[in-house]
Each structure stands twice: as structure tokens, then as C-alpha cells.
Write a protein that binds this ligand. Structure first.
Ligand code: ATP
Ligand code: MG
Length: 749
């Protein structure tokens, strides 16, 4: 169960405690007029989740009272989606259409009670008579019909004696109600249409507001959860149940905020339009926000459910950033998807001084994931690397292979360029290189420094693969319709190369090193013709693009960062002098101001970081001058904004300085945002004095010897106690508060 209880779970708990219900019954009631989308996943996770958490059951009910749009194909798709998410519905799938007879009987009951009448106004007249929010409506003259007349007309409506729209059945409530829904709402209408389950049997169909509460009641539902748009319908829901004088227990309706997400449309009508106009390949197109689409794309049920849990349940509408969904899948796959080699745009490299063949054992996971296992990578004289991992005329800060810069083939050797081969158009078609024999990964004693390690595949064993790369389906943050579609949402790479293990294994999801997470295309993949869907790139490339942060930024010179002893440094120029003074004014130390004054790129990174997030300059500068400088040298990309956010987390005492170091390492390894790392790993600093005092008390009890020595005057032991408390808290206790509390504790004891 989620630790934080939402308002619905609180209601359910209260109802169980008070004995209002013996068992909780919820239901998920989709209309089978389309595939389910990620918004429905939220409702599923909520309804099934509550039932699971409180020992109840959840029904799956097709809300199929509208004969013109529903289809058995959608019923199957809905069952598939719910089962794939991992939920089991209570008993058989239920259908509102199975209750048609019951609805009819209840309608007769209302007529007999004088609480419903057959109205014969036209649709336009009904609307006119209803009034407005400001003015009361007026009742139709037909409301005066006798019970007998109503029963007779209703019977004839049922028999199909009238045309669509000629008559309707309405509840007799209050034409002056401030709630428009209560102004004699429609209960039944005539529809000459074939229903996908009941065929032509029925000529009248119940309205949602009549069918829904009765369906809930018949199934013994206790909590009928729906989205906020139905808030005004609640009064009518209650009216139906109360006026039919149904035997308790009865269900109650509660509303929660629907899921809205940027760059996404979440209306079955609009999704159907995409399918019908063939703007996507179908309901399960991997770009669709449908559960079937996400599934085909390679999303896991766990990621979707984690996402639903993270966004939570509230009573106010809001728009969730689609990046949060992407975060959830990266987070899940980071722990599940083995790292493998794929080259998107292969460039041939002939290693002239290598003869023969060998097999290199390479791990599936980086060490911090904590999962075991290796596979074998063939290696020979001819390999392919990513075209973009070689630059003949590298821009500053380019850390991969260049004419003067060697690079490591990941898990294998360092190679150095010998010659560039071009075709007659000047296009690079091959590189000749040499390898450094004693540079093999793990046993490297070559002494050669490289700035990065790149992916590669060996020629004779590599397999050709197709990659389908997806971007967001819509380019507008708040898309309205097909005019907002992103024309670049699908890109197909035909001639990628992959390492052989990928096809041999039964595994379906992988991290292609330095590219992204990929999934064996469920329909089109075969061993002979491997096709992969990109589930999600490694980093949020969209955010980067829209903020137009240059890809290789910033470029840093090692020399400037190390600084050397100040005595050995060249004098600052006039311009640098000015910068230096400015950095001092910002509160930076002399040493760091000196580094930034000399190093434009590092300073640029710092300035950018400060612009992104408001926080203490010195804290940001410290991280930039130390940690950022180090990793940029290794060719690792890092966002100024993330660094500033990290500094802010420390400044706000959300995390300690020590934990910040760990977070930074995870940031660069996994390309995640600091806040996400802190939340997900529970690294939040403990600042609650009560909690810290408890740890202090334990430490003091555990160390009587030291305590005695301290009391006898060995004040140096104060540091020992601080250290013990921090250690015991897993580095999470706020050192400032530990210091304060410890002073008192040690003197008072
Ligand atoms: P759409 O408006 O996308 O066509 P709908 O509400 O018509 O969806 P239904 O099949 O009636 O679709 O929905 C079934 C259940 O899913 C309902 O209880 C509804 O409240 C819930 N639901 C639909 N969309 C969302 C959403 N975006 N967020 C949360 N719950 C949703
Ligand atoms: Mg609906």
C-alpha cells in the first residue's frame, strides 16, 4: 500500500471502522467505445488498488448503454489492458446491458410513484424550458400526464411505436433547482439502433445518470469513484437511489481529479479520429497514450502503476508533465534492462595491428545497479562505431575519437586513429586505427588517458537491426487536435548494428548503451529481421532541445580547473581581473573566483546554473569547480540546472553535503534529476529534532566508555559522537541539528 493515504482511502477506512460496510466493493466502468488510455490507468490503479488494500473486490463493468458506439472488439481490448496491468476483477466481466430489464422495472416503479413522466417536447423545447444557470426553468405541460397514461406511453416507446426523439422519460424533480442536472433530467430515450450485445431487442435506452447508480447498487458497490466532471451528477445519483427506496446498503459517489498530461490528448473521441484517419497505425501504435500503445512501445505495467502512484489522487485538476511518465519507465528499466551494444549509424573501423579473434566478457549492468551476469562480446580486426563518435575537426570539448585523441572501445581496448578513408564525395567511409595491446579494460597498464568510452560492434558477428525512434505524438504542450501533431514523431533507422547476444536471449527490453531503452517490437520482430521500438531515450532530450542547451556544453580545460599553485599562474588580464572581482562579490572563495575568471566555459556553466535556479552562488560554485569540472573532462554530459538544484537541496537542508556527493554520482551515472534521486532513494535529510534525539540517545547508551571520558574532560570526543550519530542515521541526520542537540545531551547526562 502507498504510504501516503489519499482522501479516498481515508474515507474507505473510516467507513470500515464505523461498520458502514463489511466489505469494500469498487468498480471500474469503462464504456467499450475505444481503447483505454493512461488516464484510465489512473482510475484502474485507484479502484483496484483500494479494493486490494482493504480486502475488498473490484468489478469490471462495461458501461454499455449507448448502442451506437460500442463494440465487442473494445470489450476485449479493455479486458486485455486491465489484466496486463496485473489486476483481477471480481467474478465475470459485468455489462450494464445485462441490467436493461432491471432498469426498465425501476423506471416503471418511478412512474407508478409519480416521480417520472413521459415528455413529448422536442429536443430544442426541452433545452429551452430548462432555463439557465441564472433563471429557473419551467415544467413541460406533459408533466401533468396521469400515471396510467405515462405507463401506456412508456410501454409503447419500448415496443418501438415511436420515432427517435418523439418522447422521452424524465424524472419529476425540480425545474428551479440551482443544479441544472436536477431540472427534470432525462432517464430514457428512444433509439432505433442495433446494440452490440442485445441486438434489436430494445428501442429505448437508459441515460447514464439513471443506469449508473442502479448498476452500482445491483452489484453491491460501496464506493463509486468517478472524475470531477460528475460532481454535479452526484445529487441526481443520490436522488435515484433514494427515490427508488432501495434496501440498504447503498453505494455513494466520490469524485477525484482526472489525469491530464501535457503533449497528450486523452479523449477516446480524439484518439479514434487518429485511428480512423490513419494518422497512426492503430489504437496500439507505440506513440499512442493508450495502454495498448504503451505496452507495445515497451512500457512495463510496473512503470505505469508507479507513475499512477506518484501522481497521487487529489480533488483538484492539474496537468501532469509527460516527463514524469518517462521518468517512471527509465527508473523501472534502469534496474531491469541489461546494457548492450548497438550502433545506430555504423562507421567501419579497421584495427590494423590486431590479428585474430577474442571474446570479451562484459557485464549486463553497471556496478551500482547491483545485478550480476555477463555475456560475451566478440572482438576482431573490424568493428563498427557510431558515426558521431568520430570527428575529424572536433569542436572544443569533444571527448570522443579524433585524429589526436584516442578513445576506449567500451569493455575492450583503447584505439588511436591512423587514417581516414573517404569516398570521392569526401564522405568518410572507413577509419584505419591501431589498438593499444596492454590497454584492455580491467587490466589496463598502458598509462594512456582517454576522455570517454564508446559503444561498438564486431563486424562478423553483428546483426542488422531496424530501430523505430519515437518522439512525442504532439508538438503542442496543450494539443487541441490533429493540427498539433508532431510531424517527426516517428523516425526509422534501417541499418543499425547490434551485438549477437540480443537476438539469442529471451530478454525483451534492453538499454542500448548511450542511446536509450529498447523493446523487441512485439508484432514485427523476428530473429532474422530484428526490429526494436525505442521505449524512451536515456535522457529527456526534449527538454534539452526546447531549452536549446548546446549538446556538448560546456567545454572545459583540465589545466584551468586544476589551477595549480597561485604563484605559478599567469597574471590575470584586465578583463579577467574584473570577472574575478565580480565573483568575489557573489560570495565565491578566492580560489574558485580565480578558476572561473580564467576558464570561460566553466564560468559559463556556473552562470547558466545560477540562471536556472535561485540559490546561494557559493554553493553552486563549489560543485561546479570540483565535481562538474571533473566529470565534464570525462565526456559526461550534465545539466547546469540539475547542478543548481542539487546545491539548492543542500542549502535548504533537504539533504546533507555528504549525501549530495552521492546524489551527484548517481546523477552522472544515470542522467537523472537530483530531486528524483533523493525522493526515490529516500535520501532526504532528517531534520526532525525528536528523531535525531532518539539516535543520539542510542549512541550515548552504546558508548559508555567514551561518554565517561568526555565527561572527564576529553572534549575532543565530541567529534566522535557527531560521527557516530551521522553514521547511525545513514548519513541522513542534519549535522547542524546533531551538533546542537548533542551539546545539550552530553552535558545533561
Ligand atoms: P474519454 O473522455 O477519454 O473518452 P471516458 O470518461 O468517456 O473517457 P469511460 O470509458 O467512461 O471513458 O471511463 C471509464 C472510467 O475511467 C470512468 O470512471 C472515468 O471517470 C475514468 N477516466 C476516464 N478518463 C480518465 C482520466 N483522464 N483520468 C482518470 N480517470 C479517467
Ligand atoms: Mg464516458
Amino acid at each position: 500500500m502507498s504510504e501516503k493515504k489519499d482522501f479516498l482511502r481515508k474515507i474507505v477506512e473510516e467507513d470500515l471502522k464505523n461498520g458502514k460496510y463489511k466489505q469494500i466493493v469498487t468498480r471500474f466502468p469503462p464504456e467499450p467505445n475505444g481503447f483505454l488510455h493512461i488516464g484510465h490507468a489512473k482510475s484502474i490503479s485507484l479502484n483496484f488498488g483500494i479494493a486490494r488494500d482493504y480486502g475488498g473486490v473490484c468489478n469490471l463493468r462495461m458501461d454499455d448503454t449507448n448502442p451506437t458506439t460500442e463494440d465487442m472488439r473494445y470489450v476485449e481490448a479493455i479486458k486485455d489492458a486491465v489484466a496486463w496491468l496485473g489486476f483481477k476483477w471480481n467474478g465475470e466481466v459485468r455489462y450494464a446491458s445485462d441490467y436493461f430489464e432491471k432498469f426498465y422495472e425501476y423506471a416503471i416503479k418511478l412512474i407508478k410513484m409519480g416521480r417520472a413522466y413521459v415528455d413529448s417536447l422536442s429536443e430544442d423545447e426541452i433545452r429551452e424550458y430548462r432555463g439557465t444557470v441564472k433563471e429557473p426553468g419551467k415544467r413541460s405541460i406533459y408533466a401533468q400526464r396521469s400515471v396510467e397514461e405515462n405507463l401506456e406511453l412508456f410501454e409503447r416507446m419500448k415496443k418501438g411505436e415511436f420515432k427517435d426523439g418523439e418522447h422521452v422519460l424524465r424524472a419529476k424533480i425540480d425545474m428551479a433547482s440551482p443544479n441544472m442536472k436536477m431540472r427534470d433530467p432525462l432517464l430514457y430515450r428512444i433509439r432505433h439502433a442495433t446494440h452490440y450485445r442485445t441486438g434489436d431487442k430494445w428501442k429505448i435506452y437508459p441515460m447514464y445518470d439513471f443506469a449508473h447508480p442502479i448498476s452500482d447498487y445491483l452489484e453491491g458497490v460501496t464506493h463509486s469513484l468517478c472524475t470531477l466532471e460528475f460532481e454535479n451528477n452526484r445529487e441526481l445519483y443520490d436522488w435515484v437511489i433514494e427515490n427508488l427506496e432501495l434496501k440498504p446498503p447503498r453505494p455513494y459517489q466520490y469524485e477525484f481529479a482526472r489525469l491530464n498530461m501535457n503533449y497528450t490528448v486523452m479523449s477516446k473521441r480524439k484518439l479514434l479520429e487518429l485511428v480512423n484517419k490513419k494518422l497512426v497505425s492503430g489504437w496500439d501504435d507505440p506513440r499512442m497514450p493508450t495502454i495498448a500503445g504503451l505496452r507495445r512501445r515497451g512500457y512495463t505495467p510496473e512503470a505505469i502503476l508507479n507513475f499512477c502512484e506518484q501522481i497521487g489522487v487529489a480533488k483538484a485538476n492539474s496537468v501532469v508533465d509527460v516527463a514524469q511518465l518517462e521518468f517512471a519507465i527509465r527508473d523501472d528499466l534502469n534496474k531491469k534492462a541489461p546494457r548492450v551494444m548497438c550502433v545506430k549509424e555504423p562507421l567501419k573501423v579497421t584495427i590494423e595491428n590486431y590479428e585474430g579473434y577474442e571474446e570479451i566478457e562484459a557485464p549486463y549492468f553497471p556496478s551500482d545497479v547491483g545485478k550480476e551476469g555477463t555475456r560475451v562480446l566478440p572482438f576482431s580486426k573490424t568493428v563498427y562505431i557510431e558515426r558521431s563518435d568520430f570527428e575529424e575537426n572536433p569542436p572544443k570539448g569533444y571527448f570522443r575519437l579524433t585524429p589526436n585523441q584516442p578513445v576506449r572501445l567500451k569493455f575492450a581496448y583503447i584505439i588511436r586513429l591512423k587514417e581516414v578513408i573517404k569516398d570521392k564525395n569526401g564522405e568518410i567511409i572507413e577509419l584505419k586505427a591501431e589498438y593499444i595491446p596492454n590497454s584492455k579494460s580491467g587490466q589496463d597498464n598502458s598509462g594512456i588517458k582517454v576522455k570517454s568510452a564508446i559503444q561498438w560492434v564486431e563486424e562478423s558477428s553483428a546483426l542488422k537491426a531496424e530501430l523505430r525512434l519515437y518522439e512525442r505524438l504532439y508538438r503542442a504542450e496543450n494539443p487541441q487536435g490533429i493540427e498539433d501533431l508532431n510531424p517527426d514523431s516517428l523516425k526509422i533507422v534501417k541499418n543499425a548494428l547490434i551485438e549477437p547476444w540480443i537476438v539469442k536471449t529471451e530478454q525483451e527490453r534492453f538499454q542500448f548503451e548511450r542511446i536509450g531503452y529498447f523493446f523487441k517490437e512485439p508484432v514485427d520482430y523476428s530473429k532474422e529481421n530484428p526490429v526494436f521500438n525505442q521505449i524512451v531515450p536515456l535522457k529527456d532530450s526534449w527538454a534539452k532541445k526546447s531549452k536549446s542547451v548546446p549538446k556538448e556544453q560546456p567545454k572545459i580545460k583540465q589545466k584551468a580547473v586544476n589551477g595549480g599553485k597561485s604563484g605559478e599562474m599567469a597574471k590575470l588580464t584586465k578583463e579577467q581581473e574584473e570577472l574575478y572581482e565580480n565573483y568575489l562579490k557573489l560570495g565565491l572563495s578566492r580560489q574558485i573566483a580565480n578558476i572561473f575568471a580564467r576558464d570561460k566555459e566553466l564560468a559559463g556553466f556556473f552562470d547558466e546554473a545560477l540562471k536556472c535556479v535561485k540559490t546561494e552562488a557559493a554553493a553552486v560554485a563549489n560543485i561546479v569547480a570540483n565535481d562538474v569540472a571533473r566529470v565534464l573532462k570525462e565526456g559526461i554530459e550534465i545539466e547546469p540546472k540539475d547542478v543548481a538544484t542539487l546545491a539548492k537541496l543542500v542549502q535548504e537542508e533537504t539533504i546533507s553535503n555528504k549525501i549530495a556527493k552521492d546524489v551527484f554520482e548517481i546523477m552522472i551515472k544515470e542522467g537523472k534529476e537530483p530531486l528524483a534521486i533523493v525522493q526515490e532513494r529516500g535520501l532526504k535529510q532528517i531534520s526532525d529534532p525528536k528523531e535525531i534525539q532518539k539516535i543520539i540517545d542510542e549512541v550515548i547508551t552504546d558508548n559508555p566508555g567514551q561518554l565517561k571520558a568526555y565527561k572527564e574532560g576529553n572534549k575532543k570526543l565530541f567529534g566522535f559522537f557527531v560521527g557516530q550519530v551521522l553514521k547511525k542515521s545513514g548519513g541522513k541526520a542534519n549535522p547542524r541539528i546533531v551538533n546542537e542537540l548533542l551539546k545539550n545531551s552530553l552535558t545533561q547526562i
